[in-house]
Design a protein around this ligand. Structure first.
Ligand code: SF4
Length: 286
């Protein structure tokens, strides 16, 4: 008999839940077009649903008529958008996650105090780009290989992290910065990995150990989902990414007896339920 173990970390995290609730309300109440500057969250399935309710995703405010309503995403956006919006009399609604917002405050305060800001994260991710906007010339470090010997001419640095980093990787990078840079006089370290992310990362490792097959539900475009997948695969080779409910499960379910399910922070509950239902149906047929 096939068993399914559901993780506690399934469905939207608090930041994504809050963002989607606000957007849904705006789409119901506002009569005209509603735009979003980039993806509100990193899950194309959810975005497509919102687009069916009249949300238009744009990558530039040039594509938006003056005086429109524009939603800014949950992972934060650069300040120039706010200045540009003022000029075009655009009404901005910022659904930034409160946790990301608190990281912005830390980043801005380090910069104000004239510390060199070091961001551990992915330089191509919008969350990191928004942090660099608050601390121009910040040093971004993606992995331990990027750390050079005595690279900081600044004697004081402040290290923060993208909210979805793996905790072990963050501390490895911090340790290597300290080891390679004896000239530093002050190092301020802020573990800004969000609690929801940390909890899911711990849970995926535990779950990967006790099941024979592990499904990580979420989008390949989501940083925290990709991280769960990496961590799961380190422990259990049979860890699979499931992005939508029309997935073909035959290969995944072959010989599976114990299936673990966890999701990224931007994967909706309805998707998890649909996949659980599909697994149940598929295994009834065999
Ligand atoms: S993963 Fe964390 S930081 Fe990102 S939106 Fe969710 S609660 Fe906020």
């Amino acid at each position: 008999m096939l068993k399914i173990k559901l993780a506690k970390g399934i469905g939207f995290c608090s930041g994504v839940k809050r963002a989607i609730n606000i957007v849904e309300k705006i789409l119901t109440r506002h009569k005209g077009k509603v735009y979003s500057y980039g993806s509100i969250i990193h899950n194309p399935l959810v975005i497509r649903r919102l687009e069916k309710k009249n949300l238009f995703t744009v990558s530039s405010l040039d594509d938006v008529e003056d005086s429109s309503v524009v939603i800014l995403p949950s992972h934060g956006s650069p300040r120039f958008i706010k200045n540009l919006a003022k000029k075009k009399k655009i009404k901005l609604i910022d659904v930034i996650c409160p946790y990301v917002s608190s990281v912005h405050k830390i980043c801005a305060s380090l910069y104000r105090k004239k510390l060199k800001v070091v961001i551990v994260g992915d330089r191509t991710h919008p969350e990191v780009k928004a942090l660099v906007d608050l601390a121009p010339n910040a040093r971004i470090i993606g992995n331990t290989n990027e750390i050079k010997e005595n690279e900081f001419s600044y004697k004081k640095i402040g290290i923060i992290s993208q909210t979805t980093q793996a905790k072990a990787e963050f501390f490895k990078i911090v340790a290597k910065i300290l080891k390679k840079n004896h000239n530093l006089s002050q190092v301020h370290i802020f573990n800004t990995i969000c609690l929801d992310t940390s909890n899911r990362q711990e849970e995926v490792k535990r779950l990967a150990e006790v099941v024979d097959t592990l499904l990580v539900i979420g989008s390949g475009t989501s940083a925290n989902t990709k991280r769960l997948l990496q961590l799961g695969r380190k422990v259990n080779k049979k860890t699979f990414l499931v992005e939508h409910d029309n997935v073909v499960l035959d290969k995944i379910l072959k010989n599976a007896r114990d299936i673990g399910i966890i999701s990224g922070a931007s994967a909706p509950q309805w998707l998890v339920k649909a996949i659980v239902k599909k697994i149940r149906e598929a295994t009834l047929d065999t």
